[in-house]
Structures are given as C-alpha cells and as structure tokens.
Design a protein around this ligand. Structure first.
Ligand code: MN
Length: 333
C-alpha cells in the first residue's frame, strides 16, 4: 500500500471516530401535530432543547472513549458500568427517542391481535391498563417515567422509574423491555397543564401510537413457534394425511387402504393429550371430534372393502376437516 493511501485511511479512521456521535432523531410529525394533547411549544422545547441537551451532554461524556462507538441500547443495558453523566443523558436520549416514536397524530390506532390478547390476559382490558399506567405516572414522585414493559418471562407489566432511568437498565428495580413510556417530567406538560399532571395523563392516550407499541411488543417477544412445533401430534397426523390423500387424488388407494387404522390412531392422539393452550377452543375440539369419527368410518369402509370411489370421497371429506383444523389454528395463532 502506498504511504499516502495509508495516511488517508488513518486520517479517515480518526475522523470517523471523532464524528461518531449520537444525533437528535427527527420527529415523525410536526410540533403542532399532537395539539389535542400536547401543545406545539412544549413539543418544540422538549425535542429541540431538552432532548438535544441530553444528546449534547452524552456526546461530551463519551467523547474519545469506546462508549462513543456503542449502540445506545447496549450502553443503557449495562448502565452500572458507566458514569452518572452517561446514565442521566444516555437514559434521556434513549427514553425520548422511544417517547417520540410511540406518539402520533393518527386517530384510533389499535393494539394488534397479539398485544391486545396479552393486555387482556394481564390487565383484563386496555382501559384498566391505562388506569394502571396513569397511577404509576401520577404517583412517581418528582421527575421520571411510567412504562409498559415486556418482562424477562414475556409478560406485560407496568412500572415507573425516577429521573432518566428506564427498565432496560441493569440497575432498574423492575426490569424488562419498554414498549410504551410516558414522560412525567414537568418539562413534558407544564406549559399546558401546569401542576395538573393527571390532566396531561388523561389526554396523552389520545395520541398514543398503538401501531408502534405493537411493533415494539412483537420485537420484544421471542419468535412464535409454528403450529406444527406447538402441536406435534397434529404434525404427525398431517404426515399420514399427506401420504394417503395425495396418492388418492391420482387414483392410488393403496396407501389409505394400508394406513386407515393408523389414521384413526393418529386422530385419536390429537385428543388424548392436553391441547396446546392457544388451540384449546370449542371449535377446534369439535373439528377434532369429527376427524376422529370420520377416520373411524373410513377405516370401517376400508375393512368392508368398499369401492375406491367411496373411499376417495370419504378421504377427501376428512382432508377438508383436517384443513379446517389448520385454518382454525392459524386464526387463533
Ligand atoms: Mn422529557
């Protein structure tokens, strides 16, 4: 490598280190977009002054150290290893970035099916979740945040943190991945609501972006297992069905004639063990009962040496029931 090229790369490396800085994210809406709940002036000062100051102070605190190269999430997760300045300002940067993203001027956004189900399971309804969040936010003494989090055991929980701490921090009392955060520092509401924090809390729900909260919920949860992984005996039944039904479509009845008793056994196995939680619905249980009785009828027809056309027809109707079950599973998945 020529000396000048080498120098160029050294200089480039140096420059990129010096300029690795945290930057203020742009808001995905105008300062006046949330007027029904948060006035434009509050939004502008909050974003362009307060959040900008956290970032500026964070950049100063990490300057020239390896922390400057780290993702903000990784800094926050191991915050006990960092200075108080990084804890306050890194927390401030992380928390506000999340806050802007979970607000919207779009009306009537809704939790997706998975989040809705989890909210109902944990809090009975979205309304009771809102009440719990508002209590957490209203009773947080001084400055801080109220959070909806996904806990390490994948449940939803409500908590609050002081100052610019958050539940992702290793020092947090209640740990988890925040998916919704409400800023209850006075700078978030004082111009419009003065000392009336509960009024601010009542209003903010009209601008919560449930689409984004749902996205964050999905990302915080482990990837879903497929129907077949969740219900291995359905997968086993599928094996028998596929290798008998498809030949029958081509006029080959040998496989079903050889395996009709096995099909009964595999259908009964579906009912012999507890259903996976998600699939323990009356509709699925009813379809499984029809799969069992239909398999028995088919087995009896095979043993009576019924005509191929009769067997084909019966197997086809069983195949339909099987797909009805798969469809119902997908709906409740
Ligand atoms: Mn704030």
């Amino acid at each position: 490598m020529r000396k000048s090229t080498l120098l160029f790369f050294m200089a480039f490396g140096l420059t990129s280190t010096l300029f690795a800085q945290f930057t203020l994210p742009q808001l995905p809406y105008a300062y006046n977009a949330l007027e029904s709940a948060i006035d434009a002036q509050t939004m502008e000062i909050h974003h362009s002054k307060h959040h900008a100051a956290y970032i500026n102070n964070l950049n100063n605190a990490v300057k020239g150290t390896p922390t400057a190269e780290m993702a903000i999430e990784d800094i926050v997760k191991n915050i006990s290893k960092h200075s108080m300045a990084i804890r306050n300002n890194g927390g401030g940067h992380f928390n506000h970035s999340l806050f802007w993203s979970i607000l919207t001027s779009e009306k009537n956004t809704m939790p997706n099916a998975g989040l809705q189900k989890a909210i109902e399971k944990q809090f009975t309804s979205v309304d009771s979740l809102k009440k719990l969040m508002n209590v957490a936010a209203a009773t947080r003494f001084g400055s801080g945040w109220a959070w909806l989090i996904v806990t390490p055991d994948n449940k939803l929980a409500v908590c609050s943190t002081p100052n610019q701490d958050n539940p992702l921090m290793d020092i947090a009392e209640v740990k988890g991945t925040p998916i919704l955060g409400i800023d209850v520092w006075e700078h978030a509401y004082y111009l419009k609501y003065q000392n009336k924090r509960p009024d601010y809390l009542a209003a903010i729900w009209s601008v919560i972006n449930w689409t984004e909260v749902s996205k964050r919920y999905d990302a915080a949860m482990p990837p879903k297992k497929s129907i077949w992984e969740q219900w291995p005996s359905l997968n086993t039944f599928h094996g028998v069905m596929a290798s008998t039904f498809h030949p029958s479509e081509e006029g080959n009845l040998k496989p079903i004639k050889a395996r009709s008793a096995e099909m009964v056994a595999k259908a009964e196995a579906l009912n012999a063990q507890a259903y996976p939680d998600e699939y323990a619905t009356p509709a699925i249980k009813d379809a499984v009962a029809r799969l069992i009785s239909g398999s028995k009828e088919l087995d009896a027809l095979v043993k009576k040496k019924s005509k191929d056309a009769v067997l084909t027809q019966k197997l086809k109707s069983l195949h339909d029931v099987f797909h009805e079950i798969v469809g119902l599973c997908k709906d409740s998945h």
